[in-house]
Write a protein that binds this ligand. Sequence first.
Ligand code: DAH
Length: 327
Amino acid sequence: MSFTWSDFEQKITAATTSTDLEIIEHELFGRKAGLLTEALKGIKDLPAIEKKDAAKELNIMKKKFTEMIAAKRTELGGGSIDAIDVTLDLPKKQRGHHHLIPEFMRQIEEVFGRMGFDVAYGPEMETEELNFNKLNIPDDHPARDGQDTFWIKGVENTVLRTHTSPVQIRYMQEHKPPFRMICPGKVYRKDSDATHSPMFHQFEGLMIGKDINLANLKAVLVTALRELIGRDVEFRFRTGYFPFVEPGMEMDMMWQGDLEDSREGKWLEMGGCGMVHPNVLRNVDIDPDEWQGFAFGFGVERPMMIKHQIPDLRAFYEGDLRFLRQF
Ligand code: DAH
């Protein structure tokens, strides 16, 4: 490589960024192949007579370039960093996290997934046929009432699904038994108080086989809910009517912990369950003499209220950071 030292004078003068300057500095003073470094090292191999002058000249160069680079660095405004202060406080990043409801739904999928349950989803705008008829819900059932259900203006026979149960029908239309599936999702009803919200979340479960029975239902639900709540909770099953199961039951969980109100020791309803009604199986062309199984449909918010001791369900939706940051 041929060059003259004055090339470097020009380069330093022309540098416009501190990166330019670093490159030049490296070219001259780099410990391995820096041109000045090499030239200084080469002095020892010169004839004795030349050594003194060469050393003198190179040291003048060295001083000159060092000064020029330092001056340029000041001019460009970037001082060199001799050491990085690792204790320096960086501005704290505001990190977000999932809202506790989708997070809990993910855990539901995981816990049931480990028990071999498939995860299915369905639309939130659902046909009357799937939301009600195929589930054996008679025409005069109160759930169909305009008081309870959001009907879609201008779209015939369509509702905001009132439960996740229509996904049972969708799943059974597409799969042949035996199977087990869960479906978490949003549902809508015209309800609003401390334990009801017009939009809330449910998770549906369905397990069909040759000999699936109520004992299996109880085992699956109790195992999954204990794991989801993360501690031992008291449960009870009592009979309940739902047109799509026979027999039908409701499952309650006990308020336990340090809630400072009169709920302690009272039961909170988690949802319904039972053995899938033969009419429902027939509606999806599954022979009820050959196949049987259970279904359940639970609120997502309810077990979370017990888990985190949350007395009012509306806290989930108000977006109050003092509440949300606790989770
Ligand atoms: N869909 C019912 C509701 O929202 C809950 C339910 C009850 C679901 C019994 C089921 C079931 O799958 O078997 O009130």
